[in-house]
Design a protein around this ligand. Structure first.
Ligand SMILES: *Cc1c(COP(=O)(O)O)cnc(C)c1O
Length: 379
């Protein structure tokens, strides 16, 4: 694990604190989730729900997750056996990779990727097979031929994150069909990271890979409360999959954490049933924040990729005369008093993302405005 040393987030957050910069680096909201949900967590603590909950998760949450999948996606998962509550999506991904991959097995991932993917694959002794998302027509996408070429005899699984962090791409049905076709042809298992499932903009729909023909039986569908309800610190996630997969993942999970914290689970069960209108408002707000930041970054001289979902905007730094995003990210606090994240750290081939930096817009309007005002100094 040596190569996974300190994450870029630790470095950039420390830099933001040291320099008093506006931090648009790390992707967490600076406002709270629905008040009634927060109150449910407090009540759960006061009511004494403070001991180990069942390993698979509190029954109320498994039931709520199952109902939510059925209502939104017409996907039926048995709350007893096909739903597993995890310590955030991060644990679900790690446990799934550890459960499914033997040493030397290969896992296809789209780069740039969420930083825990490469680490989880390494922990399993498996091998990362990156497929690069490249800009085309104002969004990031993959070449289906490159995807097919990534699959070999040792390929076991594909990790699919849509809506995608950090590019903001929401895979279209055609893109998902290409992935599903490869899974069927090569008998791959799909692990889907759908933590931004509700955070898509301009009416762009999120289509779960498991809803495509033949995919439910070979997909482990992962999501989490963190992004949906603006409680990234709660680390409450879940995985929905056919029972044999869930059993395998739970076998691993029981020795990672055994179970996830009880009070949050009850509060999230409540939120999945009663706070989806709040989430709709969050989506509307975030879309306006996306536009606010994207326009500000364009005015500051960046070439901006307006995302269809997530918390993030990709900005090409070359129009401002910079070439290397990592060097710029380290200099940006002194140049402009703003912190961003260099996208190249999310690639197996860093040179392919060298000229991008990622800005987060899940922040109060005044924070975004202050960042944009400061960034105008760059021109
Ligand atoms: C935030 C994030 C996660 C982590 O989710 P947790 O529930 O906090 O573990 C996983 N994947 C992506 C793409 C994310 O952006």
């Amino acid at each position: 694990m040596r190569e996974f040393g300190t994450t870029i987030f630790a470095e950039m957050t420390a830099l933001a604190l040291r320099t008093g910069s506006v931090n648009l680096g790390q992707g967490f909201p600076d406002t709270d989730g629905p008040p009634a949900m927060l109150e449910r967590a407090v009540e759960a603590v006061r009511d004494g729900l403070n001991q180990y909950p069942p390993g698979p998760g509190v029954p109320e949450l498994r039931q709520a997750v199952s109902e939510h999948r059925e209502d939104h996606y017409d996907l039926a998962y048995d709350p007893d056996g096909e739903v597993l509550v995890t310590v955030g999506a991060t644990e679900a991904i790690a446990a799934a990779v550890l459960a499914l991959c033997e040493a030397g097995d290969e896992v296809i991932v789209f780069e740039p990727y969420y930083d825990s993917y490469a680490a989880s694959v390494a922990l399993a002794g498996a091998v990362l097979r990156p497929v690069t998302l490249r800009p085309a027509g104002g969004r990031f996408t993959f070449d289906p031929a490159e995807l097919r070429a990534a699959a070999g005899p040792r390929t076991r699984a594909i990790l699919v994150n849509s809506p995608h962090n950090p590019t903001g791409t929401v895979f279209t049905r055609a893109e998902l069909e290409a992935i599903a076709g490869l899974c069927a042809e090569r008998d791959l298992v799909a692990i889907t990271d759908e933590v931004y499932e509700h955070l898509t903009f301009d009416g762009v729909p999120h289509v779960p890979l498991a809803t495509l023909p033949g995919m439910r039986e070979r997909t482990l569908m992962i999501s989490s409360a963190g992004k949906t309800f603006s409680v990234t610190g709660w680390k409450t996630g879940w995985i929905c999959a056919p029972a044999p997969f869930v059993r395998a993942v739970q076998t691993v999970k029981q020795f990672l954490t055994f179970t996830a914290s009880a009070p949050w689970q009850l509060a999230v069960a409540y939120a999945l049933r009663h706070e989806l209108d709040w989430v709709a408002d969050l989506r509307t707000d975030l879309q306006a924040k996306r536009d606010r930041l994207a326009e500000g970054l364009s005015a500051a001289g960046f070439e901006v990729y307006r995302p269809d979902g997530t918390y993030f905007v990709q900005a090409d730094i070359r129009p401002l005369g910079f070439a290397d995003g990592l060097a710029l990210a380290r200099e940006l606090p002194s140049l402009a008093g703003v912190v961003a994240v260099p996208t190249q750290v999310f690639y197996a081939h860093p040179e392919r993302g060298r000229h991008f930096v990622r800005f987060a817009f899940c922040k109060r309007d005044e924070v975004i405005d202050e960042a944009v005002t400061r960034l105008r100094k760059l021109t």
